[in-house]
Design a protein around this ligand. Structure first.
Ligand code: ADP
Ligand code: MG
Length: 271
């Protein structure tokens, strides 16, 4: 059972946490790349006006064409805003420069919570998996992601105050499930920037596991400088330094997420 309805709709996963700097974008880029390398057709949607996922895949600010904003404004444009990335099997909808205004403009839009969902319905059939990189807030952009997705994955940084604010996120996910999107599931917490030399990392991991049980994914993403270097070179870490601990961890995460969400079952085997 793929749990995702018809074979023509992709599995849509939102990477969300209203805290900034916890590893949402890093996880979006590197999980997307590792899933793509495993043969799945992957689309990464950059829903953060800062556009770090776009930059991290080599599409810098100056190279931004129409992207997520254009698609939210007019769902019929979805197909035209998808671009190839440097990674085979991985496509991108970049954050265009106007996306910063979307949070406010959406307030006035018709069906404002459904814009992303309806736009993705027009193009989803080509992909096995869609990953949405959310901005660091629980505003309308993140709400659009939660309405479009079947799964939320929450990156949790192994740092002070990691769990602070998490209950608000969980409440938001629950209320979206009860109202706008019954299919939505919190499918995993991924522990990021884990440092084995630091007791605090272990404490945060233990706390998260006692709070969320097996929602916490087994794969730990280590703090690894190669991960952030790769981003500044516009590459996923597995393309930048295949042997690094960061690269290995994100590949392991892709295997774990594939198994847990039965993503292979969503595979279409399209050319
Ligand atoms: P968010 O999208 O939640 O704001 P980012 O993914 O942009 O967070 O990560 C914040 C910063 O931390 C970025 O500079 C990123 O390169 C760095 N970073 C993220 N994960 C790691 C990691 N595992 N090791 C080292 N640096 C990391
Ligand atoms: Mg980000």
């Amino acid at each position: 059972d793929t749990g995702s309805g018809t074979t023509s709709s992709p599995r849509i996963i939102a990477l969300a946490n209203q805290k900034g700097g916890v590893g949402k974008t890093t996880t979006a880029i590197n999980l997307a790349a590792a899933l793509a390398a495993s043969g799945l057709k992957v689309l990464l949607v950059d829903l953060d006006p800062q556009g770090n996922a776009s930059t991290g895949l080599g599409v810098g600010y100056d190279a931004r064409r129409s992207g997520t904003y254009a698609m939210l404004e007019d769902g019929d444009r979805a197909a035209s805003v998808v671009q190839d990335s440097s990674v085979p099997n991985l496509s991108l909808i970049a954050a265009d420069t106007e996306l910063a205004g979307a949070e406010l403009e959406l307030v006035m839009a018709e069906r404002r919570e459904y814009r992303l969902r309806e736009a993705l319905e027009q193009i989803g059939a080509v992909y096995d998996v869609v990953l949405i990189d959310c901005p660091p807030s629980l505003g309308l952009l993140t709400l659009n992601a939660l309405v479009a997705a079947q799964s939320v994955i929450v990156p949790l940084q192994c740092e002070f105050f990691a769990l602070e604010g998490i209950s608000q996120l969980v409440r938001t996910v629950n209320s979206v499930r009860q109202s706008l999107n019954p299919a939505l599931k919190l499918d995993g917490i991924v522990l990021t920037m884990y440092d084995r030399r630091n007791n605090l990392s272990e404490l945060v991991a233990d706390d998260a596991r006692s709070f969320f049980g097996d929602k916490v994914l087994e794969t730990l993403i280590p703090r690894n400088i190669r991960i952030s270097e790769a981003q500044s070179h516009g590459q996923p870490v597995m393309n930048y330094d295949q042997r690094s601990s960061g690269s290995q961890a994100y590949q392991a995460l892709a295997v774990e997420v594939s198994d847990r969400l039965a993503l292979r079952g969503a595979r279409k085997g399209k050319a």
